[in-house]
Design a protein around this ligand. Structure first.
Ligand code: ADP
Ligand code: MG
Length: 277
């Protein structure tokens, strides 16, 4: 039932093959992600949709190797990247979860935003200093330059008066502004891939629309590839080029966004489409 979107191989920057993430629980093995294949293309958005518990978040956490130690990640997570002028392919599944290599990829090449910005920011440091710290880890050792880049990124995500915002603490911002600040932090290191896990679920409708628009604008102007995770098919339609539908830890439908709405094959996808009010 899974039919893959047509494309050449050369524009694929992340390829996930037979990803399996199992939690060892007292009751036995929980197959949270059970043989998932995905391809992320340069400058495109792959939407991942599915009901709560279908394995969307664990899939994204597995890609970044940030799953709890009670889980094992198996399969291939191949990232194509430019290093010192050369293209190389590395397999994130083979890396030590706390090793230097994956830590430089996290935030540097693959960034993540999610529902609650307070999970990304420390409450006791200013927004600006936290972005500067991320930049100094990945882009420049020069603090003044890092500060300029941070303010520039805050401006890019549509924050009014970015110099002032720079010195504010996370709790001083509104929900929508905090979400923008998290996007700024995620993008401040020029990642080639942004993973957005239900980033607008907690926002009210108007702010949600603004944040979605922002992600689409940034994707167009910066060329970042996006993995956009949501349980909302309306949001999927607005954000995605291609869509993977997840159900019980598996991808049951994988197609371009137009075909999803007009040619869905899997019974689960059809039920999901029919459940739209
Ligand atoms: P989704 O993001 O699609 O709502 P998740 O990826 O969070 O779903 O969860 C997939 C499955 O893995 C669920 O059955 C969930 O209960 C389980 N799960 C997620 N995180 C953990 C964890 N830390 N420990 C044990 N089980 C987990
Ligand atoms: Mg989730």
């Amino acid at each position: 039932m899974v039919h893959e979107p047509k494309s050449g191989q050369d524009d694929v920057i992340l390829e996930v093959n037979n990803l399996r993430t199992y939690f060892r629980l007292d009751e036995g093995l929980l197959k949270a992600v059970d043989g998932v294949d995905l391809k992320i293309k340069a400058g495109k958005t792959l939407g991942i949709v599915g009901e709560s518990g279908s394995g969307k978040s664990v899939t994204s956490q597995s890609i970044l190797r940030i799953v709890p130690t009670t889980a094992a990640v198996e399969g291939e997570i191949k990232l194509r990247r430019r290093k010192q002028g050369k293209t190389e392919v590395v397999d994130l599944a083979r890396m030590e979860p706390e090793g230097a290599e994956i830590r430089s990829i996290r935030g540097g090449e693959i960034s993540m935003i999610f529902q609650e910005p307070m999970k990304a920011f420390s409450p006791i440091h200013t927004i600006g200093n936290q972005i500067v710290e991320a930049i100094m880890l990945h882009r420049t050792k020069n603090k003044e330059e890092a500060k300029r880049m941070a303010i520039e990124t805050l401006r890019k995500v549509g924050m009014s008066n970015p110099e002032q915002r720079f010195g504010e603490f996370p709790h001083q911002l509104s929900g929508g502004m905090r979400q923008r600040a998290m996007i700024a932090m995620a993008l401040s290191c020029n990642p080639s891939i942004l993973i957005a896990d239900e980033p607008t679920t907690a926002l009210d409708v108007t702010v949600q629309a603004q944040v979605l628009q922002l992600i689409n604008d940034l994707k167009r102007t910066i060329g970042t590839s996006v993995i956009f995770i949501t349980h909302d098919l309306g949001v999927i339609a607005e954000m995605s080029d291609e869509v993977a539908v997840m159900y019980l830890g598996k991808v049951v439908e994988y197609t371009d966004v137009e075909s999803l709405f007009y040619g869905a094959l899997h019974p689960y996808t059809q039920a999901l489409l029919h459940s739209i009010p």
